[in-house]
Design a protein around this ligand. Structure first.
Ligand code: ACO
Ligand code: OAA
Length: 372
């Protein structure tokens, strides 16, 4: 038995949700470029869960269901208030809060298809409310109740900021949600599938996935990109900063990808939005700096920018706190996690690979009192 480090190149499941082929990403056969330009996030969620796009009345009903399920149980709000608000990272708060949400769901451990569909809606709706509520509570503000009928992207920004977003903000945020919704067997999705393949419940699968997304080699990279841009500070510092980091064998956040080698098809959409929004808010340096870094890393290391690279400056321009970037990723990616969880349940087998043992062999047990 020989291990493949990081399971690179291993095909671990069949899936009909999303596909990456020749550096093109499709959701259920629809190219991400078409979806990013044309679809609402709700249409994409419906697509991932039902493997087809909704007609108008199905979409209206789906949006309505999300609206109806957005409000949080009071116990969850109280739980969020009970954290050490000065130090808890919003991603840790989210991981815990989703687990707590499960305690308020009478159907948490009911595994039939209908119950799972209802839980899927509740989780998709409420994760947005949790992220927005925690972002406000830690600033001493009260959570804002969701507003019905304005759409998921606008509703999230409304709950976060307490005011309706501008159309350009809503459009950018919707596009970011669409672009982050699913990505084949990325680390957090695989985590979710491994968890529920034991026939554990959906809340456990999502909680596990949030834990995996949090790391800086995965979703946590978007926050780290903004930290790096802040440290660089001005355009002229960008290349010296990156050169030094590479000399120190550091990884440049938002660069590189396990699967994409020529480019991440999502990055160009986020790059375009970054240009628009940084100009709009009068902070073009974030975009200009990012372009310099991208070009330099491409030339020096042959690595492309990934989805986390330009999303950082996009979210910054939307006025979102930098440590809320990764929770926002989760608000979108939960749609993909749920699709994969449902797919796993539908054709389940325990996921249990083997390890290549490389430790010592045939050791003799020595009683503790005789050990040196
Ligand atoms: C939503 C997402 O999860 S997208 C990914 C988000 N993560 C990041 O942006 C973090 C930065 N990027 C990385 O760490 C990596 O590119 C990953 C984790 C995304 C993919 O990694 P892997 O496929 O495992 O590649 P691995 O880490 O083995 O790197 C291969 C080589 O490229 C180098 N490399 C890869 N990414 C980077 C980077 N961002 N900066 C500098 N060097 C890099 C490695 O140092 C290594 O070089 P070596 O062979 O000389 O030792
Ligand atoms: O697929 C991956 O490894 C990481 C990624 O880009 C994502 O999850 O969107």
């Amino acid at each position: 038995m020989t291990a493949t480090k990081g399971l690179e190149g291993i095909v671990a499941a069949q899936s009909s949700i999303s596909s990456i082929m020749d550096d093109q990403l499709t959701y259920v056969g629809y190219n991400i470029d078409d979806l990013a330009e044309n679809a609402s996030f709700e249409e994409v969620v419906y697509l991932l869960w039902n493997k087809r796009l909704p007609n108008q009345s199905e979409l209206d009903a789906f949006k309505n269901e999300l609206d109806e399920n957005m409000a949080l149980p009071e116990g969850v709000i109280n739980h969020l208030r009970s954290y050490d608000l000065s130090s808890v990272h919003p991603m840790a708060a989210l991981r815990s809060a989703i687990s707590v949400l499960g305690l308020y769901d009478e159907e948490a451990d009911i595994m039939d298809d209908e119950a799972n569909t209802r839980k899927a809606i509740r989780l998709q709706a409420r994760i947005a409310s949790v992220v927005a509520a925690f972002a406000r509570i830690r600033k001493g503000q009260n959570p804002v109740q969701p507003k019905k009928g304005i759409g998921f992207a606008a509703n999230f920004l409304y709950m976060l900021n307490g005011k309706d977003p501008e159309p350009i903000e809503e459009e950018a945020f919707n596009k970011a949600l669409v672009l982050h919704a699913d990505h084949e067997l990325n680390a957090s999705t695989f985590t979710a599938r491994v968890c529920v393949a034991t026939l554990s419940d959906m809340y456990s699968g999502i909680t596990a996935a949030i834990g995996a997304l949090k790391g800086p080699l995965h979703g946590g990279a978007n926050e780290q990109v903004m930290k790096m841009l802040n440290e660089i500070g001005e355009e002229e510092n960008a290349i010296p900063y990156i050169k030094k980091a590479l000399d120190n064998k550091e990884k440049i956040m938002g660069m590189g990808h396990r699967v994409y080698k020529t480019g991440d098809p999502r990055a160009k959409h986020l790059q375009k939005m970054s240009k628009q929004l940084t100009d709009l808010v009068g902070e073009p340096k974030w975009y200009n700096m990012s372009v310099k870094i991208e070009e330099y890393i491409k030339k020096e290391k042959g690595l492309p920018a990934n989805v986390d690279f330009y999303s950082a400056s996009v979210y910054h321009c939307l006025g979102i706190d930098h440590d809320v970037f990764t929770p926002i990723f989760a608000v979108s990616r939960i749609s993909g996690w749920i699709a994969h969880i449902l797919e796993q349940y539908a054709n389940n087998r325990l996921i249990r690979p083997r390890a290549e043992y490389v430790g010592p062999e045939k050791q003799d047990y020595i009683p503790v009192e005789k050990r040196g």
